[in-house]
Write a protein that binds this ligand. Structure first.
Ligand SMILES: Cc1cc2nc3c(=O)[nH]c(=O)nc-3n(C[C@H](O)[C@H](O)[C@H](O)COP(=O)(O)OP(=O)(O)OC[C@H]3O[C@@H](n4cnc5c(N)ncnc54)[C@H](O)[C@@H]3O)c2cc1C
Length: 383
């Protein structure tokens, strides 16, 4: 007899899993009125599906005692980025590759969601239904929702993390895990902007401008655009840096690859010379108390101050929080999950896939690849 399966959550990982399983085998329970809400807003509306550069180096745990996350390797091998692209191609979606190996939908994230919605027509979907708790008696799971109690032989928790509560995020996955004696690694907002302390309040006046930087958080280097925002700083390099930052200082190089050698002999204004938007250079000049003058007139002390832009020490006040974070760091500890099937090592028949686990990908399509690879690994086991 086929075992009945309930998937908690109707986001990226759940939709992939339900698409891979035979007809009428699954009940998806989703608290939103629609499936896949995050897919639609992802990647600026085009969904960064995966990346040509893949491997454990692009994934983090939020646990202090795990410098690398070898847990992800099995699932990433079972369903690689190439397997994903082939699977999508069979569904007539050929993602386009952009910079840094990132694959996006051609025109809109809806292209990906539509594939899942078509595939999931074969399964039972309960919308506007909130899972409240899960228990197990003998070999049967009881899934209590706000409307009924469902029974299943297998439960897959695909309820994601805490980020973007307006799109349905909740802590239910962690609560279920705890009720089955799983450990939760501390959670925090990830892929999120930094708020600023008093010394950097002038950043806020630069809102809307962006400049290429390199951010060092301990030994980790995050390159790309830094966007000055109303609340602080954001942009790809900052989002990536937020994955490594817990507290304390980060170091920003505002002028990576800029050579100071010819500056002393230049007849150009400093604000025209430095490779940053003029507005940004001028704001720093004001902070340093340096006049925007011909570069050759800079005193050696002033030059030294400007050179400090290669090594700008910045202590974030905090982050923009879960409401703006693309992901949640931390989650269900991977120490208690089988890496080949995603099954709980504590309770037979209970599985965790996607972001609810203590697995966070860097910026660039890694979080969807994880959602899909972990779903695929799980599907092989419960088919
Ligand atoms: C703005 C934004 C942009 C992003 N862009 C990208 C990108 O371009 N590339 C990338 O790789 N990643 C991106 N991400 C991250 C990516 O969306 C997530 O990592 C991924 O969706 C996780 O999949 P999941 O299935 O684990 O969880 P989710 O997709 O979050 O799905 C979980 C589902 O569970 C439901 N749920 C929660 N609680 C309950 C409950 N009690 N009962 C029933 N249902 C419940 C939720 O409503 C939700 O639909 C982005 C995230 C955001 C917020």
């Amino acid at each position: 007899m086929n075992k009945s399966i309930v998937i908690i959550g109707g986001g990226a990982s759940a939709l992939m899993l339900a698409s891979l399983l035979p007809k009428n085998r699954v009940t998806i329970v989703e608290s939103n009125a629609k499936l896949g809400a995050k897919i639609l807003v992802s990647g600026g509306g085009k969904c960064n599906i995966t990346n040509s550069k893949m491997g454990e180096a692009y994934f983090l745990s939020n646990s202090d005692d795990k410098p690398t996350l070898s847990f992800v390797t099995d699932a990433l091998k079972i369903f690689t980025e190439k397997n994903l692209l082939q699977w999508l191609e069979r569904q007539n979606l050929v993602p386009v590759i952009r910079k840094d190996g990132q694959y996006f939908c051609q025109n809109s994230a809806k292209e990906l969601l539509d594939i899942f919605l078509k595939e999931c027509k074969r399964q039972k979907v309960l919308l506007n239904e909130n899972v409240i708790e899960v228990s197990k008696k003998d070999e049967l799971f009881f899934i209590k929702t706000n409307k009924q109690i469902l029974k299943a032989n297998i439960v897959v928790v695909a309820s994601g993390g805490l980020s973007f509560p307006k799109l349905g995020a909740s802590s239910i996955g962690y609560e279920i895990a705890k009720s089955f004696e799983h450990t939760i690694v501390n959670t925090a907002p990830g892929l999120v902007g930094f708020t600023v302390q008093k010394e950097q309040f002038f950043f806020k006046e630069l809102s809307g401008t962006s400049t290429e930087v390199e951010i060092h958080v301990d030994d980790n280097l995050c390159k790309g655009a830094l966007l000055f925002a109303h609340k602080g700083i954001s942009g790809p390099s900052v989002l990536d840096a937020s994955l490594y930052w817990k507290k304390g200082k980060v170091r920003i190089d505002f002028l990576p690859n800029f050579s100071w050698n010819n500056l002393k002999s230049s007849k150009k204004q400093i604000s025209s010379l430095l490779p940053m938007p003029k507005r940004v250079t001028k704001a720093f000049l004001i902070q340093f108390g340096i006049e925007d003058k011909v570069a050759s007139k800079l005193t050696s002390n002033e030059l030294k101050q400007l050179e400090s832009l290669n090594n700008y020490i910045f202590s974030p006040a905090g982050t923009f929080g879960y409401s703006k974070a693309e992901v949640t760091k931390g989650g269900v500890s991977t120490d208690e999950i089988d890496s080949k099937s995603m099954m709980s090592l504590k309770t037979d028949g209970l599985y965790f896939i996607g972001e609810v686990l203590d697995v966070t990908g860097r910026l660039g399509g890694y979080n969807f690849q994880w959602a899909f690879s972990s779903a695929f690994a799980c599907s092989r086991e419960i088919k």
